[in-house]
Design a protein around this ligand. Structure first.
Ligand code: NAP
Length: 307
């Protein structure tokens, strides 16, 4: 049987870290979870709500004696954090991360870890538009995928041990050996859609100055769903685009071409093109529901309807 972790250290105490903590508590998966966040305000809030068994005032103190250290900070902060904790890591410990980009995180973290410490990059494909220590909940990862992106020299036992933890926290595991492939897949499924949502909401915001409050009042027509995505944490998403530049630009290039084709179909009255396109895209939604990654309830399962 795979050995479980005794002490887990969470560095960064936002949505993902707090959800991991509650999921570990729900399953009684580890003996002790320590935590560290850079601001005194977040550490105080964590202590107040019982987030972590022990909240430490330094990252070094949090990782001392931990057999698993999880980096739960924005992608752009990973390198500095890795450098800071490196001298305090226990030999044989595993360091992992939850960053939304993998190539840049591997380049930032791996060279800074000491010999004898394992690094197993990972990315839980679950989130909400909320952030901070109070935003987490134990069920966040239930049924969702966690991508494990081991490096060529990642220790197989360390990889397996981390996979078991994610499964015990409710996630389904998928291994992706190629970090660049991970980044391209995420550019399609997450990063480009976020940028498009940010843009759409930005355009509507400009328009609002013309149409007054109409954009808000009639937002249920579709715009509201863009605003949910566009409310996501600005620091996290700034870092995602700065570190997954190539893949995001590749997908946005394709997006622009398709948009021009649809624009042309509208201008020329090519209904067949529009109908075929929308039929194809509808099938994708069905596939997501069949894979258990969303509900088929109308309006994303929002309960208050017609009242
Ligand atoms: P979050 O709720 O905004 O929390 C971020 C945490 O990182 C906070 O505790 C913050 O500390 C700390 N932090 C921010 N900048 C830092 C810096 N420069 N140095 C040290 N610590 C810093 O973020 P999150 O949503 O949990 O995201 C964490 C990671 O998970 C990111 O790498 C993100 O890409 C990844 N991820 C996010 C989602 C999602 O949907 N949110 C999904 C999958 C993966 P303070 O509170 O003290 O400022």
């Amino acid at each position: 049987m795979t050995e479980t972790y005794k002490r887990v250290a969470l560095i960064g105490l936002g949505l993902i870290a707090s959800s991991m903590f509650w999921a570990m508590k729900r399953g009684n998966l580890v003996d002790e979870v320590t935590g560290y966040a850079r601001s005194a305000e977040t550490r105080a809030k964590a202590r107040e709500i019982g987030l972590c068994d022990r909240v430490c005032d330094t990252a070094k103190e949090a990782v001392e004696g931990a057999d698993l250290v999880v980096l739960c900070v924005p992608v752009g902060a990973m390198e500095a954090v890795a450098k800071e904790i490196a001298p305090a890591l226990m030999p044989g410990a595993t360091v992992t991360d939850v960053g939304s980009v993998k190539r840049a995180v591997i380049e930032a973290v791996a060279p800074n870890l000491p010999e004898g410490v394992h690094f197993v990059p990972a990315h839980p494909m679950a989130g909400t538009e909320h952030s901070g220590p109070t935003s987490g909940f134990a069920e966040l990862f239930d049924g969702k995928f966690c991508l494990i992106v081991p490096m060529q020299d990642s220790d197989p036992v360390a990889v397996e041990r981390l996979e078991v933890l994610w499964q015990d926290m409710g996630a389904q595991i998928n291994r992706m050996e190629d970090a660049a492939h991970h980044d391209l897949v995420c550019a399609v499924t997450s990063h480009a859609p976020h940028l498009i949502a940010y843009t759409m909401v930005g355009v509507a915001d400009d328009l609002r100055r013309v149409t007054d409050s109409e954009v808000i009042r009639y937002s249920a027509a579709g715009f509201r769903d863009f605003t949910r995505i566009a409310a996501s944490d600005p620091t996290m998403w700034r870092d995602v685009f700065l570190t997954n530049k190539d893949a995001t630009l590749e997908i946005l290039g394709r997006f622009t071409e398709e948009l021009f084709a649809l624009q042309r179909a509208i201008r020329t009255g090519d209904g067949d093109h529009l109908f075929d396109y929308f039929t194809r895209t509808r099938a994708i939604r069905r596939g997501i529901i069949e894979a258990g990654q969303d509900t088929d309830a109308p309006d994303f399962g929002r309960v208050k309807r017609g009242s």
